[in-house]
Design a protein around this ligand. Structure first.
Ligand code: PEP
Ligand code: MN
Length: 329
């Protein structure tokens, strides 16, 4: 923790600051440095509540916390076990593929089988869609549980399903293998707590324009509340228009380095167009992603949502081939 101090500081203010540090951060050691006061040796979970009280003091300009102090669980790779089956992130590059939304049984089952044959490792199985317009298709909801359960049975692939509301989780849990927290809900802290308590593996997407610290703090919520198997997913900063395409590979690599967690990339929502999505998928793999969350189906043209960015199964299969070929070279 680095406490930036005002240029001049009275002896009384300094003593008051040191007294509060000792009180709020038991066991901490404080030493003067060029930038102010460096504090070490405290229990990181104490810092979140200590900082506002320390910042109230007149001698303090502001306080900086390292990401390890903010997110002790998310940055502690050594304390983590690896993923267990059916989701295995240790066995090479991962492809979580499927349509933007589950729409109908026949098309979803056909996509599941074709994507499995093309090399998918898990299925996108979204039943609830967070849409910008309240009039737009919102997903088929729990009516789709039977469909995705069938797809899992016949394809043998695990299911990754977005949850948008804590009340959904208990009903999704018996069928879904991994909960997805979407970009819009990265800061939905009650949802993160409930997803954590479910004990299910979680895929946490970075919110549009979220910083590394914000993203990892959301990961910390999950881990604090019970998530054991966690993967992150970079999805770019695009909001509603197509003027901000692309993925932030720097933040993707920083997340991987800081946490040791698997970090996937979503080339679909950051591109909004399938040719661009295909190119971005290859770039993401080359940039160090551990896998892809990618929209692909047997019927992109018939999709009620995100059809233009959804890959055909043939194109998906080519991408799988190209990535695996490079990875095994
Ligand atoms: C999705 O992956 O289905 C999705 C809605 O993406 P995002 O949350 O990144 O917008
Ligand atoms: Mn989509």
């Amino acid at each position: 923790m680095l406490i930036h101090l005002t240029r001049t500081i009275s002896r009384q203010d300094r003593q008051e600051l040191l007294r509060r540090v000792a009180l709020l951060l038991p066991g901490a050691r404080a030493r003067s440095s060029a930038a102010g006061l460096t504090v070490t040796g405290f229990f990181p979970a104490k810092a979140a509540d200590a900082v506002p009280l320390l910042e109230n003091l007149p001698a303090v300009l502001n306080i900086e916390l390292a990401v390890q102090e903010l997110c002790p669980l998310a940055t502690n790779a050594a304390a983590r076990k690896s993923f267990s089956k059916p989701l295995d992130f240790s066995g090479g590059f991962i492809f979580i593929a499927g349509p933007c939304a589950v729409e109908g049984e026949a098309s979803y089952l056909a996509s599941a089988m074709a994507l499995k044959a093309a090399g998918a490792s898990a299925l996108r199985a979204p039943l609830f869609k967070p849409r910008s317009s309240p009039y737009a298709f919102q997903g088929i909801g729990f009516a789709g549980l039977k469909i995705i359960a069938r797809a899992k049975k016949i394809s043998g692939l695990p299911l990754v399903t977005e949850t948008t509301d804590p009340r959904q989780i208990a009903r999704l849990a018996p069928v879904c293998d991994m909960l997805q927290i979407g970009a819009r809900n990265m800061r939905n802290y009650e949802l993160l707590k409930e997803a954590g308590r479910s004990g299910l593996p979680v895929l946490l997407k970075r919110a549009m324009r979220a910083t590394l610290k914000e993203w990892l703090l959301s990961a910390e919520y999950l881990l604090k509340h019970g998530t054991r198997d966690l993967a992150l997913c970079e999805r770019g900063d695009s909001v509603f228009s197509a003027d901000n395409t692309g993925l932030d590979f720097a933040i993707m690599r920083a997340a991987k380095k800081t946490t040791g967690l698997p970090v996937l990339a979503d080339p679909s929502h950051s591109s909004r167009e399938r040719t661009l999505a295909a190119a971005l998928a290859l770039k993401a793999a080359a940039a160090g992603a551990d896998g892809l969350l990618i929209e692909a189906s047997v019927d992109p043209r018939g999709a009620r949502v995100d059809g233009r960015q959804t890959l055909t199964v043939e194109k998906f299969s080519k991408i799988v081939g190209a990535i695996l070929c490079k990875k095994t070279k």
